[in-house]
Every structure is written in C-alpha cells, then in structure tokens.
Design a protein around this ligand. Sequence first.
Ligand code: BGC
Length: 893
Amino acid sequence: MLTFNSYLVLSAFVHSTLGLIQTPNFAADVIRTQQLEASWDATIEKRDDVPAGYVAPPYYPTPKGGWVGSWTDSYAKAAKVVANMTLAEKVNLTSGTGLLMGPCVGNTGSALRFGIPNLCLQDSALGIAATDNATAFPAGITTGATFNKALMYARGYALGEEARGKGVNIQLGPTIGPLGRKPRGGRGWEGFGADPVLQGFGGSETIKGMQANGVIATVKHFIGNEQEMYRMDIPPHGLMKAISSNIDDRTLHELYAWPFMDAIKVGVGAVMTSYNDVNGSACSQNSKLINGILKDEFGFQGLVMTDWLAQIGGVSSALAGLDMAMPGDGNTPLLGLAYWAYDLSTSVLNGTVPLERLNDMVTRIVATWYQFGQDQDYPLPNFSANTADPTGPCYPGALISPTCVTNEYVNVQGNHASVARNISREGITLLKNDNNTLPLSTQAVLKIFGSEAQNNPAGMNACNQRSCDTGILGMGWGSGTANYPYLDAPIDAIKRKAANVTYYSSDSFPSGITALSGDIAIVFINSDSGENQYTVEGNHGDRDASGLVSWHNGDALVQAAAAKYATVIVVVHTVGPIVVEPWINLPSVKSLVFAHLPGQEAGNSLTDILFGDYSPSGHLPYSIPVAESDYPSSIGIVGFEFFQVQDTFSEGLYIDYRYLNKNGITPRYAFGHGLSYTTFSKSSITLTAVTPLSTLPPARAAKGSTPVYSTAIPPASEVAWPTGFSAIWRYLYPYLDDPASISSAINFTYPVGYQTTPQPAPAAGGDEGGNPALWDVMFTLSVTVTNTGSVAGKDTVMAFVQYPSDSSYDTPIIQLRDFEKTDTLAPQGSQTLTLSLTRRDLSVWDTTKQNWVIPVSSSEPFVFWVGNSTANLTIACESLSKACSAGRPSPVV
Ligand code: BGC
C-alpha cells in the first residue's frame, strides 16, 4: 500500500528537479544545508509581487507565552523544566524527527530526563487516521449541518477519547480553514460550513471535547488555504512558490481568522499554519500572522507548528514565531536534512536565533503538555501510521532501523458508533419533499439506482486515504480521513428495513425496466474532493475538473429515473454544493436529501430518516446556487501562473450567502435551508439588552509576566553527539559534529523590520481570543419553539444580524451570529431557546483603528433576524426599541 507519507516522499523526489540536495553523504548534507540555509535566510526572500493593497507587514519580535491567567500554572511548571534543559533537549522538542521516523505522522524529539517523550502528532479531523479499531466519524461538513452544538462537542469528546486511547498527544484537527470560500475547494468538507460563525462554533465545541480528554487539539490551517492546487512550494525555492492568498485586513478578521479566535478563546493547544502564502509571505514564516495576529492580538499561548513540509527557512521561521517544525525535514524529506534540529542548534550557538526565542518555543510546547495533564499517566502511541503489521521498523524512513512492536490494535471505539450515527442522521438535510413523499413506508416498492448506494467492491478502505470515488462516499480524500472499521452502506440498511427492494448498481440507467404505478425510485449520486497529493478522476484535490456537477453522470441517472418513475427520491453524498438544476424541477423528482459525508454510519443514519424513525433536522451549511456563475469569478479555482499563483480575495466579505444577498441572486436552496416532517411555530420572542453598547471595547488589561531565563548562550558541548551514541541515519537530531567550531561572528542580515523591542500591546488583544470584552453579551434573544405538527422533531433557531442602516461600514445585509437547536419535541411540545449576541457579533474590524468597532447609532437599530435559513427570515427584533415582531418582509431575496 502506498501510504500518504511515502507518496509525499515520492512526490518530493519528483519535484526535486534541480538536484540541489542529492548527495548521500550525511556530513556533507549537513554542511550543504547550512550553506543553503544561510543564503535563504539572509533576507526573508521576496516573493512575487502581490496586488496593491495586500500587505504582509513585518511584526517582530515574537510575543512570549505565559502571560494569560488560565495558563499560569502550566507555564510555571514549564519554566522550571526549561530552565534546566540542555540546548539539545530544547531543540529536540521543537523539531520533528523526520518523515517516517516514528509511529505517528509527526513525531518530535524527546526530553526524557523530564519525563517528556517523543510527542505523537496524528491526523485527522474526523478520526484517528491510518490505523485500526477506531471510529470513522461523519465529516465536519455533516457535523456543521446538524447546527447542534451539543453534538459538535460530543463528536469532539469521542475523537479525543480515541486519540488518547491510541497515545496521540497532539491531534491534527479540527479543520476550520478552509472556510469554504470556494465551492470547488478540495478540503471545505473537513470543516463545518461556509460561514465563520458556524466554523467558529464547530471548531470550538470540537476542541473543548477533544481537550477534555487531555489531548492537545490543533486548529488548522492558518490561514487562507482555500484551494488545494498550487498550495505548496515546489522545491527548490524559486522554481514555483506556493500560491499567495491575498486577503485584506478586514476580511481576514471578519471571515477567515474569526473561527481561529474562537478556537483560541476556548484554549486550543496548537495551531497549524497553511502551506500557502498570505499577501506574499509564507504562512510558516509570516511574522504578521504568527507574531502579530495569533500571538499578540489573539493572545495564543500554545504552540504553532508548520503544515507538513511547509517550512521554507530556519531562522526566518523562528523569528516569525514558529514553535514546531513538522515533520522536521526541510522541504525535501528523507535526506536527513532540516531547517531546524541540528541547524537550530547552530543558529542559537552563533546567536542568529536569539536564545530567548528558542526558550519561548520550548516553553510553549512544555506548557501546553502540562496544560492538558499529559505529565500524568498519558499513554505512549500503541499504533503505527506507517504499517498495519504487528511488528516492523521503528523508523521506516531510515535505511537501517531497529524493529518495534508497531501495532497493538487497541480498540478505542467505545460506544462512539452511536455518537457517529446521531450526527450523521442529524446532519441529513431534506431540501425538497413534495407531497410528503418522505418518510417512506417499509412496505413501499423500492427501486434503488446508482453504485453510490453500495460499498466499494474492492473494499471500504481500498483506496489510500480514500483517494477514489467508488461506492458510497462517506468522506472526501486525503489526510483528513480515517480507515473505516466498517461502512454501513445505504443499500444494506435499506434492505434491512424495507420489504420490497430491488437494487440496480450501475450508474447507467438499466434498459428494459418497467415501472409500475406505486414504484418509488431512490437514486444515489455523489460529488467528491480532497487533498492535492491525489488526483481523483481528473480532480486535483479541488473539484477543478468536475465542477459542481454530480460525478459519474449522476444527473443523467436522475433524469432517466425521473422519465420512468412517477416518484423519484434523490440522495446526494457530497463534499459541498452541487448544482441540481438539470433535474430538480422534473415533476417526478419529489424529494431531495443531502446526506453530506456520513462516515461509517452511512446506512443506518439514512434509513432512520427515509423511513421516518426520526424527522430530519439538518440545515445546509452553505448555499446551493442555481448556477455556479451566480458566484463571483474571484472564488473560482485559480489556474497556473509561472513562479507564483496569485489568489486575490477581491470579493472581500462577500462569499456564499453574503454575496448572493448583496447581488439579489436567489439561490436554489439558501444557506440554512432544511425541511422537517413536522412543523414548528415560534412565539414569545424577546430581546433583552445585557450590556450597554459602546463604539470601542473597554481597554484591555496589561499583559501578565512571562518566564525569564538566563540569556547566556549555552556551552557548545550541549549539542555535541553524546559519547557512544548510535545515530539512525536520516533521523533528525539536535547534535553537531563540531559544535565548538561554531562562531558567533556570523554576518546575518535580519528581515526588514526585525526588532527585538516588544511591540506595544494591541488594543484588540488582552486575553486568549483577543480583548475579553469581545465576548461580552450585548443582547440575548429568547424564542419559544412549539412543535405544531403530528410527529416528533427538532428545530433550529438561527440569529442573523443586520447592521444599522446609517453605518458607514460596508457590511453584508445579514450575517449569522448564533444558533441553537431544540431537543426532540413531541407534538405540541415546546422549548425556549436563548441566543446570544456578543460585542464581536455587533462589531466590524476597523482597519484604521485596528480594533473592533460597534457602529452605534442613536436613530437606526441593529435588526436581529430570527429563522432557520437565510430565505426564511420574517421575525425580527430591533436593538433600540427591543421590540420583536413577526411577519416582516425578508431582508434578502
Ligand atoms: C495536511 C495537514 C495534515 C498533514 C499531516 C498535510 O498535507 O495539509 O492537514 O495534518 O499533512 O498529515
């Protein structure tokens, strides 16, 4: 089996076209890397020009961690340890040991004298990747569609329990970037939907759940990784740089960084940077993003890691605020070459990287380890992401490796199948249901069409990291996947449930079928996407080839079924929107069900809804347009350009419903749309003012103190090879052959704008997530929901904000700000939900003031719209009068 890792290796070799780093001689490699490093780091390389107005200003030095109250104890413990560490131990924890140099997809070095093992970093956002006996949960997009915060937390908790059970220290999820700006983008499905608030709640509930188990969660990818193609630098530098996502400051704050603020607010332990540049500066060494926004403005106290092989410079990334290099190799893996490891030792000894910076990196890592209690009985990895065998090489990337027990096959699934099923079911979104065609009777005569209803005949895990689209689509492809322990296919579940089922597994409509009156056709179609290291049916991660069209001629299959049968139900498994116009208005297409990406519980969760055991309660986490051209052209996949592809987010705040609303374009199905088998009414709507509005938030508090260490450069002997040490060739160590020869007189040109005096504390900061006042509740909205129909069901209430009409800030007409879901309500049952509107929810990011500003008006109100989709807003409350009324004209078409 070609693992993802070995794929990366192969691809890196293929890409290493200029042969700069080819010699197999270890010592020569080291010298060569140091030489290359010296030249690359001499200045932070100028990337291609970005369009005017998109800037990545320098922001130095890195703000030290430890000043936030909720981390004080962990930093105190970490400081005691770090003060006694050797240079080698410090470097060890910051640097990966190299690709395939340990059991996990990423492994750090250790500091065993202090009980700190090699830390295990492992994907994914929906399960424990590349292993056995673990749950394949529904994807983020399915979870987003539940609009259920409790389920988001439950999934995070179960994920964390499984990660801990396998000995994963740092889980590489949740994914909250990409945000879903591009409907064709490859990895939007890993996250929760095309809206920052939905992503924010999805991410932060997941993190709270994961971290409650002591696992360190990683939010990724910071930031602007909205398309897969051209995402990475192709080594060596200069040939083709990673795509530059050009994002203006306000859009960055109000859309793309917003969910990262939420993640930091709830104390996430790790952040992964993106492959791409932002405004012409690589995210792994973009000082404005890491030092300025993450660590100063958002007060992030944990550790910042690279995406895999995304590091492009050693000193430059250290100065810009990076804390951990993953998987440790330079941009061409498996050569024993690194930007950090031994080279970080050199850079500290020669004074290029201030010792203070290394101390901060390692303190952040050790403090995070303490913060989640990993010093207490935390298991070591009991699996290998590299092999399914019980024993094998400990370091498959080494030429000669000792042998290890690689897999203990620990079953960590617990009762998580029910968590998975609850979410897959509750994410199912009923978009159309004419004549109450659904739910079905178990006695109905059912004709099922499409290979998508069954399992991949080659096996549910036949394609590496699900990099094929054969059979039921339970997840997209790439590192955001997990192996299925089982995959309950829809056809099997339907056959278990219904008495009279005929299955036609072809994607071409079979000839010679006679449809009898009363027959019901269910047609399964799908649309897939994933990560750029695989091309599936011509799609390079993004849906660049297929567009928003169902795969395998799904449209033709639906049309053919609709020509034959009077009643057709279409079931779609998809990574994101598809255009349904070719058939949605055909008279026999009565029902349309989006089951998103259900994971292992695809079958049962679907039949729970199809046969009416549960009423559907999912809502669309994105809009479905009538035509893809309804979106702005700037959100299309950007094609090849020599040297560096520029992706300019010129639509600003106007993505998805924000754009459609502004331009008066009615979607086929609006963001939030989702039908039920029952009906609900809303009553007793009240708006309560909690905190008086003020334009600016109250001033932030001053920063607390951070650990202080000796600034004396440590003795070079601390990074000499230990006597009698038997090195694994290609494993990345902190050691140097002749550390005493390192001179401090190196002539290093620091990046433009580099300084060592701390920046003034940003007004928008003050705590984890930013100024804590941003989370002050300004208003609460309370709504009583009553089930007015005849079957049990759940309803969702969403609150959208409309800014005062005299505001001088150009702002989308409505923006989601909070949502809540009822419990299951029996007929006539009711429940009162309370939604909150915080200071941030009413603010815009003022690029001049560099602060969140509420456009307070004494004559024009904020209008808070209450409903369950952007197309279903007729109830509103106004901030000035606090009055709420129903029957208002919708603010959008
Ligand atoms: C992905 C990350 C992932 C990492 C490790 C990268 O290609 O972008 O999301 O965590 O690989 O597998």
